[in-house]
Design a protein around this ligand. Structure first.
Ligand SMILES: Nc1cc(-c2ccc3ccn(Cc4ccc(CN5CCCC5)cc4)c3c2)n[nH]1
Length: 240
């Protein structure tokens, strides 16, 4: 997978080159290129923003610079353009799974109050464009959202994670939150690991884990429970 990121703060994307993702890039599993939007400005001030038509707080990013940058970066290779925004469609594990098979993702990181809408409209006329939110809170720009989304997608790529089972058993994969996890020591500050997990009874362990997942999901994310397909819960499950 090739990933391009266009931003006025290229340094914000440096963490992509650390650790697990850094190794995946080094191994050639992912090809990440970060571009500085200001490289496409033509004025001495390298202006990328201007006042919003219709008034309102803050500034909006000008379409011309974005158009020159995206034309260059996109070239003729087909790609999916992703624009982080607080007003976007929620990014979920399903989104990450859908994007993991894409040959190329191009991320346009806005700053200020966002990018002139005509940029999205222009590219949506010739390629898939998605305006995406990573949560119901307002960041200062799109870069952090790109770090989140790239990590969520990259970990699904073959060879990126040490143990691929982890991605297969992701929480949300059965529609529930994952339950608590434990490791040694068996007693820590007087707190003992639930005995069932050390019983060797794999049926009981699986049941216990599902019960804890149902309990936690019912308590923390009743919306996920309500969204489960009718046949996902048996009679016993419904007690939570
Ligand atoms: N999931 C998520 C994504 C983002 C995100 C992504 C890209 C950009 C580019 C600029 N900003 C800052 C920013 C500040 C104010 C407004 C104006 N809106 C009016 C009412 C609420 C806010 C919009 C945008 C981003 C924010 N934030 N959260």
């Amino acid at each position: 997978m090739r990933i391009d990121v266009v931003t006025i703060f290229p340094g914000y994307l440096a963490p992509l080159r650390e650790a697990l993702l850094g190794r995946a890039i080094a191994a050639g599993l992912i090809d990440v290129r970060v571009h500085n939007l200001r490289d496409w400005t033509r004025d001495v001030h390298q202006a990328v923003d201007d006042a919003p038509y219709g008034g309102g707080p803050g500034m909006v990013m000008r379409p011309q610079v974005w158009g020159e940058a995206l034309d260059d970066v996109l070239g003729d290779e087909p790609a999916r353009l992703i624009v982080p925004t607080p007003a976007g469609v929620p990014f979920t594990q399903a989104t990450a799974r859908r994007w993991k098979d894409e040959p190329r993702l191009v991320f346009a990181c806005g700053r200020y109050e966002g990018i002139d809408q005509r940029v999205v409209d222009e590219y949506a006329s010739r390629m898939p464009v998605e305006e995406v939110s990573i949560g119901d809170y307002v960041l200062v720009g799109g870069e952090v959202a790109v770090l989140v989304m790239v990590e969520a997608v990259a970990r699904l790529l073959p060879g990126v994670l040490g143990n691929p089972q982890s991605a297969e058993q992701d929480s949300f994969s059965d529609g529930l939150l994952e339950g608590p996890a434990y490791t040694r020591p068996v007693v820590w500050r007087g707190r003992e690991v639930p005995a069932v997990l050390r019983s060797g009874d794999h049926g009981a362990i699986a049941r216990w884990r599902r019960d804890r997942a149902l309990e936690r999901t019912a308590k923390r994310r009743p919306d996920l429970l309500a969204a489960l397909p009718e046949d996902a819960l048996d009679q016993r499950d419904r007690e939570f």
